[in-house]
Every structure is written in structure tokens, then in C-alpha cells.
Write a protein that binds this ligand. Structure first.
Ligand code: DX5
Ligand code: ZN
Length: 218
């Protein structure tokens, strides 16, 4: 079992001190910075958009992992690449022509991710698994930080791991929502590669130590 790739979510950061929090992540053992974009349409909440992503990118020394929780994400792929995205993840449920969307993301020189809501079966990705750099399994319903982890996630990780192996794909498995030090080892055991953590990192007394704690798992 490898050490996880850790992607703290700035959704739980202090927006009035975003530069300070991004600089903290630069100094930490975090591997990526997870950016949650919510449009109030695909999900019932609005977070922030392109200008904030650009502002984070100005200070970030780590790759930006951009999670688009927006309707018709094709409209903004190029803009988010220009705002600094290294990985762009779109939702399976928001794309009519997912295969085409993934090709566009790759043509922009970004890694292409697909996120699945808790109700979406991993089998639906079987036919395009080799075209996906990362699958983000949502372990909460997207839209809000600080929610309770859904236990069915472990099963989904194991099923997806099998699909990836059967197809000899290189796809990473990311887990997003309610990740903490209790479920993280179990997620890694089930086959996860990337752990997103918002509240667990930013609401802890010592975010640097909390990131280190997550990084040690595996
Ligand atoms: C949820 C977001 C998550 C969120 C995770 O819609 O996609 O990335 O920031 O936050 P926690 O770790 O607090 O569940
Ligand atoms: Zn996210």
C-alpha cells in the first residue's frame, strides 16, 4: 500500500485569509490543493469561481485539483485551465457526452477526472475507464463541507479498483467528503489513491500536523 496523495480542500479554509492558508499548504506535506467550484444549479450551494481560483493559483506551489460541481461544465474547461487547474474533474451526472468532455480536458493538457455522486454506480465508467486519469468517488452528497462519510463508499472503491485492474488502466481513485483519520486507513486498504480532506484539516487545531497524520497512512 502506497502513501496517499493528500489534497486538502480550501472550501474549509478561511476565505478572508486565503493567501495565508494557501501558504500553509505550500509548507505542508499536502500533494495537491483541492478547489471546489459550486454553481448553485448542479449543487444547492455556491462556493466561488474563476477569479478565486486564479488568486489561489498565484500563491500555490502545488498542483490545483479542480472539482467542478457545475452544470454543463464544458463551457468553462478552458477558463479553469487558464486559471491554473492541473486536474479538472467533472461530474458524470452533469455531462451528456462524457467521453468528448474528457478528450477536451486532455487536449488542454490537464488530467481528466470524473466524479460520481453517492447514487451513481461505478460500473457506468467501465467502457471509458482507460480514458479517465482519476475517478473521484463522492463519499457525501456534493455541495457542502463537513458532512458525514457514507459507509457504502468502501464497496464502491473495491468495485472500481477491480474494473481498473481488469482493464489494465492507470486511473487513480480519489475520495471526497467526510474523510478523517479513522476512515482514511480503511479507504487506502480498499484501494484509494487520493484523499481529499476539508474540515478535518482546516478545523483541526494544527492543520500541518493533521496533514502529516493523513500522509503517514498507507
Ligand atoms: C463537497 C466537496 C468536498 C468538500 C469536502 O461537495 O466536494 O471537497 O470540501 O469537505 P469535508 O472534508 O469537510 O467533507
Ligand atoms: Zn471536492
Amino acid at each position: 500500500m502506497n502513501a496517499p496523495i493528500i489534497a486538502p480542500s480550501v472550501l474549509a479554509a478561511d476565505f478572508a485569509n486565503l493567501q495565508r492558508d494557501v501558504e500553509m499548504l505550500n509548507e505542508s506535506q499536502a500533494d495537491w490543493i483541492h478547489i471546489d467550484i459550486m454553481d448553485g444549479m448542479f449543487v444547492p450551494n455556491i462556493s466561488f469561481g474563476l477569479p478565486v481560483c486564479e488568486a489561489i493559483n498565484k500563491h500555490a506551489k502545488k498542483p490545483l485539483d479542480v472539482h467542478l460541481m457545475i452544470a454543463q461544465p464544458d463551457r468553462y474547461l478552458e477558463d479553469f485551465r487558464n486559471a491554473g487547474a492541473a486536474t479538472i474533474t467533472v461530474h458524470y451526472e452533469a455531462c451528456d457526452h462524457l467521453h468528448r468532455t474528457l478528450q477536451v480536458i486532455k487536449s488542454l493538457d490537464c488530467k481528466a477526472g470524473v466524479a460520481l455522486n453517492p447514487h451513481t454506480n461505478v460500473q457506468l465508467l467501465e467502457d471509458i475507464i482507460c480514458d479517465i486519469d482519476m475517478v473521484c468517488i463522492m463519499s457525501v452528497n456534493p455541495g457542502f463541507g463537513g458532512q458525514k462519510f457514507i459507509e457504502n463508499t468502501y464497496k464502491k472503491v473495491r468495485q472500481l479498483k477491480e474494473i481498473i485492474a481488469e482493464n489494465d488502466a492507470k486511473t487513480l481513485i480519489e475520495i471526497d467528503g467526510g474523510v478523517n483519520a479513522t476512515n482514511a486507513p480503511l479507504l487506502m486498504e480498499a484501494g484509494a489513491d487520493v484523499l481529499v480532506a476539508g474540515s478535518f484539516v482546516f478545523k483541526s487545531l494544527d492543520p500541518l500536523a493533521t496533514i502529516e497524520e493523513l500522509k503517514r497512512i498507507g
